[in-house]
Design a protein around this ligand. Sequence first.
Ligand code: SF4
Length: 261
Amino acid sequence: MNPSQDYQRYLEPGFIPFAPLELARQTEEIVCRGDQRKYTKFYCVGVYGGIATGYTCGCCLRCIFCWVNWSRDFPEKYGDFYSPEQAFEQLTRAARKRNVSQLRISGAEPTLGKSHLLGLLEKIEKSPFRLFILETNGILIGADADYARRIAKFKKVHTRVSLKAGTPEDFSKRTGAVPESFDSPFQGIINLIKAGASFHVAAMTADPRIVTRQERQSLLEKLSSIHPALAENIEEEVVDPYYTTMERLKYAGVKIPWPES
Ligand code: SF4
């Protein structure tokens, strides 16, 4: 399906903030078909000590530092539909090629297409694979406590919730979403805790070019107010100069200095 003309692409100065659940709904119309989901490719990468990865299309945020290819912004132009069984087969093939026992979905937002993801996790739970890492922005899990409960039932799944900002204003500037949706990923974390899920939190808080010390402090305090261990165990990242990251920053009118290569 082709999106309407007002479908949100990458951010530009003067953008109108959007409701991420509405963008999720619009994006699911493009990248999901029944329990099928669009993927661009499947292969093994070195992170997490080696992991077979399926790259999905489509997200409900528009982060200005996002490294994902243009399938995030133009999901109608990229990828092919895979059922949970077909995605599992592709992940298995990629894992066997490199003899790894871990799997993940990355590239855009894996929680779009609930029936696809849960169907895939069913297959993985029954397989010999050791671990599945679910990398998410936490928006949909925050809006749907049942989603967190169903994910938590899978013993092989570990979720990594990637937070984008420490204040509502920074969240909106950096992701394009309305400031009112800032709390949604934190609600996702609360839902995962209540469900007893295995998870940890990540954020770009090691990069003062993106997140100031003051904002980092706000984010850590907010996490601590949910549970002190969340802030103590946070995975802090920096922005890497991928081509798409640099292009998105340029389109958004944001300049950050890169170290000399
Ligand atoms: S960084 Fe993650 S949450 Fe943000 S737009 Fe990219 S895929 Fe979506």
